[in-house]
Ligand binder design. Structure first.
Ligand SMILES: *Cc1c(COP(=O)(O)O)cnc(C)c1O
Length: 224
């Protein structure tokens, strides 16, 4: 099942988007066992993304094949210590306090941490992230922190069947990404797209998608 899903996805996901950028598939592994994650990796998954620092920590040593590690969930500052130096890309930098603390801890550890700024493109109460309106100011302020490298943006589109709305939001994200990429050569990831909307997101210029259900099937939070 997992193997078949990965095979089909790797076949279907275009190698490059309309901008000629490689499209990276990140497996969203929340609630999945190390065994399931290892099966996905054996089937061709190269990047995995965790939502919970605790889960990341518990499963870390049981994951085979040395995948690229992403953190994609809401991160409390007191949990940074579990991820520091083990996370290749922090995708969910959604507030100043988190950026400042991650920079301070990275600096003390003598490392630079790669981050994406999370943008709340749908202006949803339930989601973290900087608003579209404050994104450029957030970029400038966080850019000045010494031990972070901003390499792009992350967004989650709202849950709606309105394809027109989703497309216009996805295009606004791409436009913001292009404005910042024009002034920052480190920009290379626009992470946008989950199991339900990844095709639309890639069509609108995403170059990194985060899929859980499409790889592993429905989540069962009780069995975690
Ligand atoms: C869970 C999660 C995903 C994957 O969601 P699916 O709908 O299962 O593909 C992607 N991004 C984030 C931030 C998530 O928390």
């Amino acid at each position: 099942m997992i193997e078949e899903n990965v095979r089909k996805l790797l076949e279907e996901i275009p190698e490059k988007n309309q901008f000629g950028e490689k499209v990276t598939l990140v497996a969203a592994v929340k609630t999945r066992s190390a065994e399931e994650i290892n099966r996905a990796i054996a089937a061709g998954i190269t990047d995995i993304g965790d939502n919970h620092a605790q889960e990341f920590r518990e499963k870390y040593d049981a994951i085979c094949g040395n995948p690229t590690r992403h953190f994609i969930g809401h991160l409390q500052t007191n949990k940074i210590k579990y991820l520091l130096g083990k996370t290749d890309l922090y995708q969910s930098i959604d507030r100043y306090a988190l950026a400042e603390e991650l920079s301070a801890k990275s600096e003390r550890a003598g490392i630079i941490s790669n981050i994406l700024l999370q943008i709340n493109i749908g202006d949803e109460e339930s989601k973290g992230g900087f608003s579209l309106g404050e994104a450029e100011e957030a970029y400038s302020r966080i850019k000045s922190l010494p031990a972070l490298k901003i390499v792009g943006l992350m967004a989650m589109l709202p849950e709606t069947d309105d394809d027109g709305l989703l497309r216009s939001l996805a295009r606004e994200m791409r436009a913001l990404y292009d404005r910042l990429r024009a002034i920052d050569e480190n920009f290379k990831h626009l992470s946008m797209g989950m199991s339900g909307d990844w095709r639309l997101c890639v069509e609108c210029g995403s170059n990194m998608i985060r899929l859980g259900t499409a790889i592993f099937g429905p989540r069962n939070y009780d069995l975690k």
